[in-house]
Design a protein around this ligand. Sequence first.
Ligand SMILES: Cc1cc2nc3c(=O)[nH]c(=O)nc-3n(C[C@H](O)[C@H](O)[C@H](O)COP(=O)(O)OP(=O)(O)OC[C@H]3O[C@@H](n4cnc5c(N)ncnc54)[C@H](O)[C@@H]3O)c2cc1C
Length: 455
Amino acid sequence: MVDKYITEPPQDIKVLTEAEVVVVGGGPGGHSAAVAAARNGAKTVLVERYGHLGGMATGGIVIQIPHMSDGSEEQQIAGLTQEWIDRLDPIGGVLVPRRSEIGSTDEKLVSYWRRFMGNTNKGRIEYTAWVDPELLKCVLNDMVEEAGIKLLLHSWGTRAIAEDGVVKGVIFESKSGRQAVMGKVIIDGTGDGDLLPSAGAEWEGGFDPSLRSSMLALVFRIGNCDYQKYCDFRENDPDKAQSLMSKMTEVAGTRLLPLPSPRNDVMWVNNWIPNLDNLNVEHLTELEVSMRRMMRKGFDFMKKNIPGFENSFILDTASQTGTRGGRRVIGETRISDEDIKGGKQYQDTIAVIPRMGPPQESPGKYVNIPYRCLVPVKTEGLLVAGRSFSSDGAANNMANLIPHCIAMGQAAGVAAAIAVKEGIQPRQVDYRKLQEKLLDQDVPLPGIEPAKVTS
Ligand SMILES: Cc1cc2nc3c(=O)[nH]c(=O)nc-3n(C[C@H](O)[C@H](O)[C@H](O)COP(=O)(O)OP(=O)(O)OC[C@H]3O[C@@H](n4cnc5c(N)ncnc54)[C@H](O)[C@@H]3O)c2cc1C
């Protein structure tokens, strides 16, 4: 069919509110950006399309926050990620080793944590957390309320308002109709980079079937199961476990991977559905329908055949489709796979990411994330926070995990607040001031000394 178009008539749009920093998308990147901007003095609005915050970490039921340390005794990711953990811990919302246990070789500890993926690294304790998505939604609301952020839920950001290359606000749709929020710095925290085209920002992205980031998912949870019993079975009879998992893949038509949660009787099931584009509504629809079919077939097999699932049931499915990639901004610095493999260092590093595997096996100790990969080339008034940072597909694939996105969000929020305070564009923010503030806010930046820039 030939493409057909209609022209939408112009209309006046009500400006609901004005702020200094407007963040669209309340996932790990966007939520952290909003909290950091508000805590650093900016009047902040957060616009989120669903009725809760947390993005993939809550609505997507991606409840593993991995690799905050690299197997050594050092913790590389803290800041707002650590705050999530500290707030979840007293309310029973997280399963995580103690900070004092990071890097430990204690045999009892290692043998306990070995059963949880990503909690041990060659016989040492690695810092990975498993979170309760419902309690996390509550914690994230608390953080927003305490920071004095104006929150707009059920609000879908549809367009950036841009004039002469400067982004000045956002149009969003909700049950109240089409409205606008104006701001001095706009942060795209949608994960998919939804604002980039209308902002006039350059971006890249698309399919690369060889990458994890090109695979969609519909995560689901299983209740009334027994994780430790399932682990016993895998340890005692690995061949049979392997053959049953292969059979389940065959029956379901896709690989299903049960993973732990903070509760022994609840697991989440990860999956990887190839060849679907997360920016194509028909593909998203196909995913939701076909994956539910595969889930039922796989779950029936699991319940009948795999120890630990005998009395289980499907607890829920993710309200947010599992999208691992999306649009990636073309930023002032673009991180490539070679940069990561070569351990490239940046003057404006705002986060470090532990390597997966002992540091001595890689040329550079950490993956460095520079501030300038959040700053679009040319477009003013705009930053990105989260997985749409400037990178090639392979680098994005490696560095878009939840703690990485929280760290990038925290930096974007602090930078936006500095820009507002100084009346400058985000690209003009002095990275040394940004680093100084991040260091003050519990963000580990190994090798970077507080600059103590005045003025
Ligand atoms: C199945 C799966 C398994 C994964 N496994 C892991 C894992 O084990 N550990 C890990 O750390 N990472 C994992 N990841 C990656 C990680 O979850 C994401 O990369 C990370 O959540 C990205 O954070 P973000 O804030 O950029 O985007 P998101 O988490 O996607 O959050 C984006 C937010 O913006 C909102 N939003 C989107 N568009 C709009 C709009 N137009 N208007 C308003 N709001 C909007 C969304 O509702 C959401 O709240 C996995 C991802 C998937 C899909």
